[in-house]
Structure formats: C-alpha cells, structure tokens
Design a protein around this ligand. Structure first.
Ligand SMILES: Cc1cc2nc3c(=O)[nH]c(=O)nc-3n(C[C@H](O)[C@H](O)[C@H](O)COP(=O)(O)OP(=O)(O)OC[C@H]3O[C@@H](n4cnc5c(N)ncnc54)[C@H](O)[C@@H]3O)c2cc1C
Ligand code: FES
Length: 284
C-alpha cells in the first residue's frame, strides 16, 4: 500500500452523474489486484476531512490507450482509474477536478478477489456470473479482464435505477459472452431488479455449476447470496460499507461473519472488501 499524491490526467463525465477519473500514480497502478480499492482525499478541503473509498476500476498506461493487453504491448500500468457517481459532498468536489489537480491517494487497499481461490473456482465452473448493481460495476472490470485472459466464459447481469446508471458497458462487452440488463424504471432491459433475471437464469440451468462475483447495494448482495446458496454455487461479494480509517483501526466497517462470540466480526477494509457470501451473517 502506498500513500501518494496522484495527478489527475482526466475526469471524464459520463451519463447520469457518473465520472471516470484517471490518476497518474505508477507505483499504485502496478501494485493493484482485482477487487482492491483506494482511499481518496481532496487536499486543502478541510470541509471534507475523511477520505472516500473507491474501487479501482482499471489500470492503464500513461496514454490511456493501454488497459486490456497492456502486458502484450510491453507497457506497464501507470494510471489508476476510478468510476464514481456523485452522491454527496465529497463526490461533488471530485466532479470539479481538472487535469493537473493533485489528490492524496492511499492504495491499493483490501485483499481483493482472492486471486488463486477465485481463479481455481472459475476454472471448475461452466461460466462465471458477474452481478452488478449501480456503481458496484466498478469493482468487476478488473476480475472480468483476469477471467477473459484465462479464457473463462462469463456473463454480466447489470442493474440500475434507470438506463443512466448502466455505465461502463463498452468496457465489459469485449470480455463477456453476454450481458443482461435490468432497470427499475424499465428504461433499458428487464424492468425490475437485476436479481430477477439472475434467478431465472439459475433456475433454468440448475444442473450447471457457476461462480458468482457480485458488487452492489446490500439488499442486492443479500438476494444474490441467497440465490447462490439455494442453487449451491460459490459466490464472492464485494462489500461497500461506509468507512472511516480503511486501515483496520476504527472498526467502523465491521460486519458479522460466521463464527462464535465477539471474534465473529471482520473488517471490510482489511479482511474484505471481498468475502465468500456464505461467510457473512446477512441478518445479524
Ligand atoms: C470498498 C468501497 C468501494 C467503493 N467503490 C466505489 C466506486 O468505485 N465508485 C463510487 O462511486 N462509489 C464507491 N463507493 C461508495 C463511495 O465511497 C461513496 O459513495 C462516497 O464515499 C460518498 O461520498 P460523498 O461525500 O460524496 O457522500 P456523503 O455526503 O458522505 O454521502 C451522500 C450519500 O451517499 C451515501 N453513502 C455514502 N457512502 C456510502 C457507501 N459506502 N455505500 C452506500 N451509500 C453511501 C450516504 O448514506 C448518503 O446518503 C465505495 C465504497 C466502498 C466502501
Ligand atoms: S474503516 Fe476503520 S477499521 Fe475499517
């Protein structure tokens, strides 16, 4: 983990109050594994004291043309990308960033998607199902690239409130075999929650074995974990609890996990943010 002052290369507005922020930070970009996150602080803004946790969406070469196949072209990652949605004061200020601005970035944090374990499970599965709700999509691009490199088939289930929440699709299209979309207002894809077409897919293929990787709102993760249990598929969830220190000190991000007594809590920032879904106590 490195504590760096990273320079903004680009802060590109996307649909529906979403932005793709690119930060020049070579040491951090080279160290990132799928599922890890960064803590971002706006220096000089005493009104926004806490750092904001953000998944690392992607890593790119300095000219931003790298990404998938970086290694093949002999380039090394130098830029961290963060896909974020403006929801409050901190993210509103992030939206005002322009190239050349500098941010305090602590990254990479968390252990991510357990690289060996999830790749081994993925190889045993007939398909990996990526399940994203809203900005949860940001945690899934790096594992999707990893799986695509290993030629493991994958399918994306992606839901949002409206079509404006369905950002990043063009990044996923070359990596996955199929994409199922859902919106609560019916403006794109299936009308309703994304867990409905997911349930249908699992029900119709109950003889097959899938690995599920999910990130999104707590309710979506809980339903996805329930479906994984019902159909007996391994499932990893990336949790987005509110965080204070992100260093394992304040305990503000603790969640209940299977086990006995007081020890049955784990910190999302250090033991997570990714957990096997059956390790979490969903109704503590
Ligand atoms: C590990 C992790 C990874 C994350 N990755 C991303 C990402 O890639 N892109 C992204 O846009 N966001 C991500 N988030 C959520 C992001 O950290 C919050 O949206 C952000 O901190 C809000 O800051 P703010 O000052 O704009 O909002 P605030 O003023 O702090 O809050 C505004 C509103 O957002 C809600 N909110 C704040 N934090 C969270 C949260 N963690 N989960 C749900 N609701 C929240 C508040 O309850 C409030 O309603 C991640 C969170 C975690 C813990
Ligand atoms: S945020 Fe402080 S312990 Fe996790």
């Amino acid at each position: 983990m490195y504590d760096e002052m990273a320079q903004v290369v680009e802060n590109r507005p996307l649909a529906g109050r979403h932005f793709l922020l690119s930060l020049y930070s070579p040491k951090q970009a080279r160290a990132v594994r799928p599922g890890q996150f960064a803590m971002i602080r706006l220096p000089g803004r005493s009104d926004v004291i806490l750092r904001r946790p953000m998944s690392i969406y992607d890593v790119r070469s300095r000219d931003l043309k790298g990404g998938y196949g970086l290694e093949r072209h002999g380039q090394r990652p130098a830029v961290l990308q963060v896909l974020y949605k403006v929801v409050g004061r901190g993210t509103r200020l992030m939206a005002e960033l322009t190239p050349g601005d500098r941010l305090a970035v602590l990254a990479p944090l968390g252990h991510g998607f357990f690289p060996e374990e999830y790749l081994a499970q993925a190889r045993d599965a007939s398909e990996v199902l990526l399940v994203a709700g809203g900005i949860g999509i940001a945690a899934l691009l790096m594992p999707a690239r990893d799986l695509a490199r290993q030629k493991i088939p994958q399918r994306l289930f992606f839901g949002g409130r409206s079509r404006h929440d369905l950002v990043g699709l063009s990044d996923f299209k070359p990596l996955v075999e199929a994409i199922t979309l859902a919106t609560e207002d019916g403006s794109r894809g299936y009308r309703g929650y994304v867990t409905a077409p997911l349930a249908q897919y699992l029900e119709q293929r109950c003889e097959r074995r899938f690995l599920i990787l999910a990130c999104g709102p707590m309710a979506m993760l809980q339903v996805t974990a329930g479906l994984a249990e019902r159909y007996n598929h391994p499932c990893l969830v990336s949790m987005e609890n509110r965080m204070g220190c992100a260093l394992g000190v304040c305990l503000g991000c603790s969640i209940r996990v299977q086990g006995e007594g007081h020890a049955a809590y784990e910190r999302v920032c250090t033991e997570g943010p990714v957990f096997w879904s059956n390790h979490i106590v969903w109704d503590p």
